[in-house]
Design a protein around this ligand. Structure first.
Ligand code: HEM
Length: 378
């Protein structure tokens, strides 16, 4: 299958999942206001069973008190985020970009909605704190990272287009969209892991799904960025450091991975499902960037896949450093899962920001004020 076809099917599958999830998310909080069809609860329970979807250990049961207390905040978050993500589908489609006035106005509305939705999620996270978020500090920190990533990606996207950097704008907007898509994609993970791991709780399927998304949400944005044409002029860009950088990142990657293994063996008994899932996701991510780096032929592709390969190799040391840092306020176990859920996303996001920055157009030459004619010599 050609890359274009793969990209097309990937886009159709993503758009379908998002648009199927939107009505379920939009009415999710209605039950705290006395009604609603409870579309997600019924769908989820019909696939994985009532106990797993709605019983002890499920979001439904664990978060009931928090959602009741924060029902207005969560109503704003769920309704507004649903409209925002649906509008993103339209904004990213080629049809919208062909009608630039419509694209501009829809974009302004969408940006406002995204910021309101993320403000809602940050309000909820601040109100309940790390221990009372579903799955505790690990998921709490990932949700903060997501809220900040979506907000900053959107704001940078706006700043980029105001400065005329179309390619940079498109990459930031696709990045924000990929992070928004973690909401529906996590629910797909609940269904798949819920069926595959009968008997496990949603606390486990949630963290396993979140560990996959820590790699594949930014990776989806990276893959989508390959469809965004780069500006032809590149003379204004500084050269990136040479092959030494790869050797250094590979060395740090190896050291980081070894430190994680030693630390894990020290604090945990046996390999749990969440860590195994994270390990597989990271190895697949590394294989994907390495394959694409090798297959890249054209100058921009070679440079950009090189950046993504380096940042993927740095995921392990970053996870180790975050594990250490999170161990200060949280227990070593909580800190470990939090690091799995944020480490790879951090380095991959930094790489994509660098790529977006290097897609900027050269500065426009500043107008030189007209010189008065040279005074005639006497
Ligand atoms: C990517 C950025 C997003 C962040 C940071 C975020 C944040 C949050 C937070 C903090 C919660 C409460 C979690 C808890 O119970 O502890 C939540 C729940 C929820 N969010 Fe989001 N959200 C995001 C995107 C979205 C999108 C795009 C939608 C809709 C399409 C959505 C729909 C929901 C729904 C329906 C719930 C409640 C149901 C459940 O917990 O399963 N969120 N979100």
């Amino acid at each position: 299958m050609t890359k274009q076809r793969l990209a097309f099917f990937g886009w159709i599958a993503t758009a379908t999942i998002v648009l199927l999830y939107v009505p379920m998310a939009a009415e999710y909080m209605f039950r705290f206001f006395g009604g609603g069809p409870r579309l997600w609860d019924h769908t989820y329970a019909s696939v994985v069973g009532d106990q797993h979807a709605l019983g002890a250990g499920s979001i439904h049961a664990v978060e009931d008190g928090n959602y009741t207390e924060q029902r207005w905040v969560m109503l704003v978050h769920t309704v507004v985020a649903s409209i925002a993500i649906a509008l993103s589908i339209f904004q990213i489609s080629r049809r919208s970009r062909r009608r630039i006035a419509v694209h501009r106005w829809t974009g302004r509305v969408q940006v406002g909605l995204v910021l309101v939705a993320m403000a809602g999620s940050m309000t909820f996270l601040t109100a309940v704190g790390p221990e009372n978020t579903f799955d505790g500090p690990a998921f709490h920190l990932q949700l903060w990272a997501l809220a900040l990533g979506v907000s900053l990606g959107t704001v940078f996207g706006v700043l980029a287009i105001r400065a005329g950097h179309t390619s940079t704008h498109r990459i930031f907007m696709v990045y924000a969209f990929a992070l928004l898509c973690t909401a529906p994609m996590l629910r797909v993970g609940y269904l798949l892991f819920g069926v595959a791991w009968r008997g496990s709780s949603q606390e486990v399927t949630n963290l396993a799904g979140a560990a996959v998304l820590a790699v594949f949400a930014p990776m989806a944005a990276i893959l989508a960025s390959r469809r965004v044409p780069a500006p032809r002029k590149r003379g204004h860009l500084a050269e990136l450091p040479g092959p030494r950088l790869e050797r250094l990142s590979a060395g740090l990657g190896g050291l980081g991975a070894a430190a994680l293994v030693v630390g894990y063996l020290d604090f945990f008994d046996g390999l749990d499902r969440i860590t195994l899932t994270a390990l597989i996701a990271n190895l697949l991510g590394l294989a994907l960037v390495t394959f694409n780096r090798r297959a890249a032929a054209e100058e921009v592709a070679v440079e950009e896949w090189r950046i993504h390969q380096i940042t993927m190799m740095l995921a392990a040391p970053m996870t180790g450093l975050l594990w250490l840092a999170y161990s200060v306020p949280f227990t070593v176990e909580q800190a470990f899962y939090a690091a799995l859920l944020t480490g790879p996303a951090t380095t991959l996001s930094v790489g994509l920001v660098l790529v977006a920055w290097r897609r900027r157009r050269p500065a426009r030459p500043t107008a030189v004020p007209a010189q008065p004619p040279a005074a005639a010599t006497i």
